[in-house]
Design a binder for this molecule. Structure first.
Ligand code: TPP
Length: 616
């Protein structure tokens, strides 16, 4: 095995071209083996193997900085940079991260997980390098999906003006998680076609057919489109960035030679490589959407597995039905059709569906524009990615109290993706914004009731739910809900646990059949049910608030503020996530550590003198 000889990029530099080819195949096998075991970003990492090998052959990491946008395609980079022995722990409790992480390795240039940050980081690094009089190269690897992000495009504007030495490798596989979208993406396709048409003319049809019949079919199909661009300027030229490509990103020897050529060029250069997502693994090539980030699988017999009925699916089913009842409903996703449960919706209501690309800010402000002109937009967005659209929520949506529903998915600690993806800030950052209301359903029926009522009432409403499964409900179920009212799920004689969403199950578990402990489904986080809160406090109940969210600024804080305004001081404990980041790992372990699980609730109750069963 060539890989046995490689423990660092320096070892790789000593290999012959043929050994490099063997190494690439061995890396593929290792990535497949470990993803089969742990799950992970399989297809993206398989597509980038040759690129990673070529970069480490030509550049000198960690002196040269190699930045991976999103950082999910860097598995080969991890294996090659001293993490071979621990690669099998990727995304696991105590193991290495699924993304690049500065504190994990000197070879990881940026800590990342959200898309479109690498170019701004790269220009910042180039400025630092030049200001400090240092000399090294900065290479940013960015996918065509990540390049749809406004941050990346705005950074190009700075890069083109600054004209500092850097290399941007555009890894174009025509896929984001789903098919990539946007005008720039169409242009990249046209560039590819243009190149192939030129090659056809140069080499003749026969040669190209034997090289790549698939590409050739595409040329035939897209010749019309090609005519449009053959005589047009390349847009990167206008940006002041040198453009090279498109070239085959799986031709390892070719890549090595080309990168050597580009390595010392001054100013910014874009190398456009064309790759296939899932390369080298038949199922992943055929269905790169499923194999973008599959759970574990049998590598000898890879099959799709059902992950169960998720909150996202429940949301997707609800909006698909609701759109039949509400003709002004319009659903927006920033590049998360699959993750947000919107495949069926997008097929059923294609005219009332928009994928903005990885551009949460545009998604939020487009929702505002739709609401200003009479639509009822629902923006389906992960809690962690909504962070990218905070100003848009305030400035474009909330000030004019526009009718925009935010369907906030993946709320709480998410597990394998780690600190960059935990949805643990949204209650805090949303509840400070005037006009924004926040609800959190306990089940799919409540989700439906909240969605319907949010659309009826208008104004900005965030409905938050976890990365979890939920019980499926019958089509056509549209129960009513009393807006702003909490629900007492269990009466207690001495104490009440106030919580919502995922942690309700912990509260019910802790309460069990203990007559002293009651449980409230605090399903409205803003406004709170002040009437019930006041009643419980006045009647002398001890209170415990629980949330899978930062303690600071969250639900417990809101309860304390309300009690403070009412001049009430019940015996109260606030349970939530402490002032720290949680890395990837086991959700129950992190909930235990934070003390927000059943045992944590029992501990808090015991401290307040409530009789509870043995705390284990
Ligand atoms: N929004 C942000 C800000 N960050 C994210 N990581 C995502 C959404 C979710 N996401 C992760 S990877 C990805 C998306 C949308 C697609 C990236 O596509 P591309 O950059 O082309 O890389 P590929 O996986 O195709 O190699």
């Amino acid at each position: 095995m060539v890989l046995d000889k490689v423990n660092s990029p320096a070892d790789l530099k000593a290999l012959s071209e043929d050994e490099l080819l063997a190494l690439a195949e061995e890396l593929r096998s290792e990535i497949i083996r470990v993803c089969a075991q742990n799950g992970g970003h399989l297809a993206s990492s398989l597509g980038a193997v040759e690129l990673v090998v070529a970069l480490h052959k030509v550049f000198d990491s960690p002196r040269d900085r190699i930045l991976f946008d999103v950082g999910h395609q860097a598995y080969a980079h991890k294996i090659l940079t001293g993490r071979k022995e621990v690669f099998h722990t990727i995304r696991q409790e105590g193991g290495i991260s699924g993304f690049t992480k500065v504190s994990e390795s000197e070879h990881d240039a940026i800590t990342v997980g959200h898309a479109s940050t690498s170019l701004a980081n790269a220009v910042g690094m180039a400025i630092a390098r030049d200001t400090l009089g240092e000399d090294y190269q900065i290479v940013s690897v960015i996918g065509d999906g990540a390049l749809t992000g406004g941050m990346a495009l705005a950074a190009l504007n700075v890069i083109g003006e600054q004209r500092r030495k850097m290399l941007i490798v555009l890894n174009d596989n025509e896929m984001s998680i789903s098919e990539n979208v946007g005008a720039l993406n169409r242009f990249f396709k046209e560039l590819q076609v243009k190149k192939w048409v030129q090659d056809t003319e140069k080499w003749g049809r026969g040669v190209l057919e034997t090289i790549s019949p698939k590409l050739f079919n595409l040329v035939d199909r897209a010749k019309e489109a090609a005519k449009l661009v053959l005589h047009q300027e390349n847009p990167f030229y206008a940006w002041g960035v040198r453009y090279v490509g498109p070239v085959d990103g799986h031709n390892l020897k070719g890549l090595v030679h080309l990168l050597h050529e580009l390595k010392e060029l001054d100013g910014p250069t874009i190398l456009h490589i064309v790759t296939q997502k899932g390369k080298g693994y038949t199922v992943a090539e055929a269905d790169p959407i499923y194999w973008h980030g599959p759970p574990g699988f049998n590598p000898d017999k890879p099959e799709k597995v059902s992950k169960g009925y998720s909150w996202s699916a429940a949301f997707g089913d609800a909006v698909t039905e609701l759109a039949h009842l509400e003709p002004r409903l319009f659903v927006i996703t920033p590049a998360m059709r699959e993750g947000s449960g919107l495949v069926r919706y997008s097929q059923t209501h294609p005219a009332r569906y928009l994928d903005t690309g990885i551009c949460e800010d545009v998604a939020a402000t487009a929702a505002a524009g739709m609401a200003l002109r009479g639509l009822k937009p629902v923006l389906a967005i992960y809690s962690t990615f909504l962070q990218r659209a905070y100003d848009q929520v305030i400035h474009d949506i909330a000030i004019e109290n526009l009718d925009v529903v935010l369907a906030v998915d993946r709320a709480g600690i998410v597990g394998g993706d780690g600190a960059t993806h935990n949805g643990v800030f949204d209650v805090a950052y949303l509840r400070t914004v005037p006009n924004v209301q926040i609800a959190a359903p306990k089940d799919a029926l409540e989700l439906r009731a909240m969605l319907k009522e949010a659309l009826r009432r208008g104004g900005p409403v965030a409905i938050r739910y976890a990365r979890d499964n939920v019980e499926r409900v019958a089509e056509g179920s549209w129960p009513e809900i009393e807006w702003g009212r909490w629900e007492v799920l269990k009466e207690g004689s001495k104490a009440y646990v106030l919580t919502f969403g995922k942690t309700l199950k912990y509260a019910l578990e802790a309460a069990g059949d203990n007559p002293e402990v009651g449980v409230v489904n605090a399903r409205f986080l803003k406004p709170l049910d002040r009437e019930l809160l006041e009643k419980l406090a006045l009647e002398g109940y001890k209170l415990v608030t629980v949330e899978d969210h930062q303690k600071m600024g969250g639900f417990g804080s809101a309860v304390l503020e309300a009690l403070g305004e009412l001049g009430l001081k019940p015996d109260l404990r606030v349970l939530g996530l402490p002032d720290q980041f949680f890395d990837h790992g086991s959700i129950p372990r992190m909930h235990r550590e934070a003390g927000i699980d059943a045992a944590g609730i029992l501990e808090a109750l015991a401290q307040m003198g409530v009789r509870v069963r043995e705390v284990g």
